[in-house]
Design a protein around this ligand. Structure first.
Ligand code: CU
Length: 395
């Protein structure tokens, strides 16, 4: 409990650090309308980690007091209320999902804009959507308690707030589609992962509506439908976005280029194995496969065995990833300052960057996404060799 409390404290301080840095330490000329969307997403996530993490800390503190201090916050036998723990826990733990997924949105939109060579579609609407998610994320926690015995008059309001959250998240999805739309796509490994994210996230989002809806949730509670939905958001969403970010920033971090062919093999492999693992779980869940229960009806044996084999195949997909990046870090060709010819600041310095990031503070003069707009540039004077252009080699 104390270890978890310490971890929560680091999350709060991390949020505070990101907010302070973004508000106080932007480069000269980096106005709010020129801030890259990834930075906006980190700001939004930090607002949640700064303001919601306290609640799980209170929950843990109350458990400690119950166990060693003789109190009875949660012990019904002594007048406490066990449901109170679920409320306090989920008041943090639902927003925590958005602490994870907001930066994932940011990474993916960033990559979609740079590799579509088009301005990010509906930039201001996306920023507004992030902030709406921050507010709504604090108002949905009790959707985890629909079958817990919580008072039933609370069902309707939490069902509505939960369904409302599909509006800003749907907006982010549409901004991704709008950015790709009629773009000249440069299908590198990070771009493929970003597009894989979009596909997986829409499956996770649409199946989430059935779990937000009280009548269907009561039926689907604690089945593999929930497991499949959760993995579509956290693995198909979050992990795909992290892989997008690792491939995208790998040349910047290491100064070396990864093997794009092996990157694409990794993408194809993980996408097929991932889909084959988690799509059958929706079916199994609908047919009565319960979570956290080793015993199940015999007629579900085949589908469980299929899922097991596919899950092993999914785990194996990380072998080409690790080998490719380890080898490339050691022996890969030099990447140069800006291999993607992207406009944002991190690509306007050497790879990897010097300790101070830039020899002289860069002067920001325009949008980071002004692709295809004549005369548009993000930085006044990029360092030598870091081209800030619209063209690409058309690989
Ligand atoms: Cu939730």
């Amino acid at each position: 409990m104390l270890a978890f409390l310490t971890f929560g404290f680091s999350s709060i301080l991390g949020g505070l650090n990101f907010i302070t840095t973004i508000v106080r330490l932007r480069a000269p000329g980096m106005t709010w309308s020129r801030v890259p969307i990834f930075v906006w997403s980190v700001l939004a996530a930090s607002l949640i980690s700064l303001s919601a993490t306290q609640f799980v800390a209170y929950g843990l503190l109350m458990v400690i007091l119950d166990r060693v201090g003789g109190t009875s916050f949660f012990n019904a036998a002594q007048g406490g209320n066990a449901l109170l723990y679920e409320h306090v826990f989920w008041f943090y733990s639902h927003p925590a999902v958005y602490i994870m997924i907001l930066p994932a949105f940011g990474i993916v939109l960033e990559v979609l804009a740079h590799f579509s060579r088009k301005p990010l579609f509906a930039y201001k609407w996306v920023v507004a959507s992030f902030m709406v998610v921050v507010v709504l994320s604090m108002l949905v926690w009790a959707h985890h308690l629909f079958t817990s015995g919580m008072s039933s008059y609370l069902h309707m309001p939490f069902m509505i707030t939960t369904e409302l959250i599909s509006i800003p998240t749907g907006m982010v999805f549409l901004a991704g589609l709008g950015t790709i739309w009629q773009g000249r796509l440069w299908l590198t490994t990070p771009m493929l992962f970003a597009m894989g994210f979009l596909f997986n996230f829409v499956v996770g989002g649409v199946t989430g509506i059935f779990l937000a809806d009280v009548p269907t949730d009561i039926h689907l509670q604690d089945t593999y439908f929930v497991v499949a939905h959760f993995h579509y958001t956290i693995m198909g969403g979050e992990i795909f976005a992290i892989l997008t970010g690792i491939y995208y920033w790998f040349p910047k971090m290491t100064g070396r280029m990864f093997n794009d062919t092996w990157g694409k093999i990794h993408f194809g492999w993980i996408m097929i194995a991932y889909t084959a693992t988690f799509i059958p779980m929706f079916w199994a869940g609908l047919h009565g496969m319960n979570r956290r229960n080793p015993q199940y009806p015999a007629d579900l044996t085949d589908i469980n065995q299929l899922i097991t084999v596919m899950a092993l195949l999914l785990a194996a997909s990380f072998v080409p990833f690790v080998v490719n990046l380890a080898w490339s870090w050691w022996r890969g060709p030099a990447a140069g300052p800006n291999p993607w010819r992207a406009k944002t600041l991190e690509w306007q310095t050497s790879s990897p960057p010097p300790v101070t990031n830039f020899a002289h503070p860069p002067q920001v003069v325009g949008s980071p996404y002004g692709y295809g707009i004549p005369g548009s540039s993000h930085v006044a004077a990029p360092v030598a060799g870091a081209a800030d252009g619209d063209s690409h080699s058309g690989k």
